[in-house]
Write a protein that binds this ligand. Structure first.
Ligand code: SF4
Length: 358
């Protein structure tokens, strides 16, 4: 397959949503279309103009994240449609309650881009409508009735794909609940569609109850001037920002790639928070790095990179048993793969990673 951009002139003006559109602009080879159509029939495709502008080729660290690949049709037996076990912890549509003091609120399942490694790829997509008004009201009522909920984590899909008015309404509803002390928004929008970070969106986040923003970014090459400006607008408004990244082969699994990402984030006043080991997501074996390699990579940051730049390398235990540090205190080699301890003392097996292949 050709992986080089065939048309280098001008800025693509619209989000590309199909392999045919990607082929027409030279991002994928026409000969690969039958396989890529099969991929797109199962997993949504969307690449925004902002990300197309940051790509040189489908095989570069930005392209690998968004351009569909025929290898996504290879499903490994250990992969799961709900890799982090959200479903088992959902008391109502749009809510996931795994830890006592916090709850996930998912107001929509759509995103401006569709990442090839997304751990919710079986549920996100262009048909991923926002929660209807009744379901959202019931979710807010559920939070209001539980004084132990200290933090609401708004995720999705990408909740910054909502209008600024809807974000403001959600902030108002949560701000009115006295026991909710923090509202945390997980988003990729400031990077993948920075034009959405308008003064109205920034104002919507400013309530007495603080909004934190956790930015999903995996490569410093995603950080266009517009993305840097959008992040700056949020931080200048007093919104604290953290980042989360997924360890991905070819994207950030080389020391210089990871270091460049972490330094760029801190330079933008975004504190690296989590580096996620790749979840067991269907059709993503070619992107998942090995756990041992991930540990070596993160260990290598010590002493070389400022403490401000150090993320926690974490592993989500399949089945909904929570997130744990990926280091030896929690994850030990076992006969077949890994033995993992969960935060409540339970023991779990984690399968060995596939070896690198083409
Ligand atoms: S933006 Fe987030 S939720 Fe949406 S496809 Fe990417 S990883 Fe998944």
């Amino acid at each position: 397959m050709s992986t080089s951009k065939a048309t280098a002139s001008g800025t693509p003006g619209r989000t590309l949503r199909s392999p045919a559109q990607l082929a027409a602009q030279g991002w994928v080879d026409a000969a690969a279309l039958p396989a890529l159509e099969a991929v797109a029939a199962r997993f949504a495709v969307a690449v925004t103009p902002a990300m197309l502008d940051q790509m040189e080729a489908a095989s570069d660290p930005v392209g690998l994240q968004f351009i569909p690949d025929a290898r996504e049709l290879r499903l490994a037996p250990e992969e799961r449609s709900d890799p982090v076990g959200d479903d088992a912890y959902s008391p109502l549509p749009g809510l996931v309650h795994r830890y006592p003091d916090r709850v996930l609120l998912k107001p929509l399942h759509a995103c401006p881009v569709y990442c090839r490694f997304c751990f919710r790829r079986e549920v996100v997509g262009p048909g991923g409508a926002a929660l209807d008004a009744g379901s959202l009201a019931r979710a807010i009522d559920w939070v209001r009735a539980r004084p132990e909920i200290w933090e609401v984590i708004v995720t999705g899909g990408d909740p910054f794909a909502l209008s600024a008015d809807r974000i403001a309404a959600l902030m108002d509803a949560l701000d009115a609940i006295p026991h909710v002390q923090v509202v945390r928004w997980h988003t990729r929008v400031p990077v993948v569609e920075p034009r959405r970070v308008t003064p109205a969106l920034v104002a919507a986040l400013r309530r007495p109850t603080p909004a934190w923003v956790v930015l999903h970014c995996n490569s410093h090459l995603e950080l266009s001037p517009a993305a840097r400006e959008a992040i700056g607008a949020l931080v200048d408004a007093g919104v604290p920002m953290l980042s989360q990244s997924v360890l991905l082969r070819g994207v950030n699994d080389a020391p210089e790639q990871l270091e460049a990402l972490l330094r760029a984030l801190v330079r933008l006043r975004v504190k690296p928070y989590y580096l996620h080991h790749g979840d067991l997501v269907p059709g993503t074996a070619h992107l998942r790095a090995e756990l041992e390699a991930g540990r070596a990579l993160v260990d290598g940051l010590r002493g070389r990179v400022s403490g401000l730049c150090q993320p926690s390398y974490v592993l989500d235990i399949p089945g909904g048993y929570g997130k744990v540090p990926a280091g030896p205190a929690w994850v030990q080699p076992a006969a077949e793969g890994w033995a993992v301890r969960d935060p409540w003392g339970g023991a779990h097996r984690y399968p060995p990673e596939p070896k690198a292949e083409g």
